[in-house]
Write a protein that binds this ligand. Structure first.
Ligand code: ADP
Ligand code: MG
Length: 231
């Protein structure tokens, strides 16, 4: 899909944490236009502001100053209720901690997300099977999350994030626990979803393999974008 539509516009974004009487400037003025339907990597040392930037982009955290505009809507002007709706229907999350419900099966973890996004009952089961198959977990349907290995949990959490066909996926080290072959499979899936469905992927990563798949890489240094490299 060829498009130069912008899905997220970040303007003069700062985020300062207050700890006691100290101020920690996690983001010090970030301006970015995130194009729709692309794979974007965010790199930077620990503490450079990557997680803070993802959280501000997804409305999980609010800027100290500046703004994030998601598909024309300013997150600083949205009600908490609209932010919840936005996250349920239009955003997908792949956290480092996986955040699966441990006693739910792989399928139940995914079904829960589809239910929260009001998917019709008769589409939930086939969609769940489809996304589990896409990450190579089709035969692990009924296994409870706590029974799965770290890498398998990571794959279920990827399946869960894409299940609702969100506009944007936020991924913190999505290949961190996967072997090379599985990482390539997942990154190929991301590319296909970007090209065919117009999904946008924001990937925080240290994995050099990811460079072969992304369209753009941004480097964060001390809360600022240092350079932009086009792959
Ligand atoms: P990264 O994800 O690149 O490691 P973070 O966004 O987590 O970076 O952190 C950026 C800076 O903000 C760091 O100095 C970190 O210690 C600080 N920070 C992050 N979250 C908090 C918080 N909740 N309270 C106080 N300081 C924080
Ligand atoms: Mg982080």
């Amino acid at each position: 899909m060829m498009t130069d539509e912008t899905i997220i516009e970040i303007k003069g974004l700062t985020r300062t944490y207050r700890v006691g009487n100290r101020e920690i400037p996690a983001l010090q003025g970030v301006d970015l236009s995130i194009p729709k339907g692309k794979l974007i990597a965010l790199r930077g040392r620990s503490g450079s502001g990557k997680t803070t930037l993802l959280n501000c982009m997804s409305g999980l955290d609010l800027p100290t100053s500046g703004d994030v505009v998601f598909d024309g809507n300013s997150v600083t002007e949205m009600s908490e209720r609209s932010l919840v709706e936005l996250r349920r229907r239009r955003l997908g999350f792949i956290f480092q901690s996986h955040a699966l419900l441990p006693t739910y099966s792989a399928a139940e973890n995914i079904d829960l997300m589809l239910r929260l996004a009001d998917w019709p009952v008769n589409q939930r089961k086939p969609r769940t099977q489809e996304v589990l198959a896409q990450v190579g977990m089709g035969s692990w349907h009924d296994h409870r999350a706590f029974e799965l290995s770290g890498g398998q949990q990571q794959r279920v959490s990827i399946a869960r994030a894409i299940a609702c066909k969100p506009d944007v996926i936020f991924a913190d080290e999505p290949t961190g626990e996967l072997d090379v072959a599985t990482s390539e499979r997942v990154l190929q899936l991301f590319r296909a979803l970007a090209q065919q469905e117009g999904m946008t992927f924001l990937i925080v990563t240290h994995d050099p393999l990811v460079d072969d798949f992304v369209d753009v890489t941004y480097h964060l240094v001390d809360g600022r974008i240092a350079e932009k490299a086009i792959a």
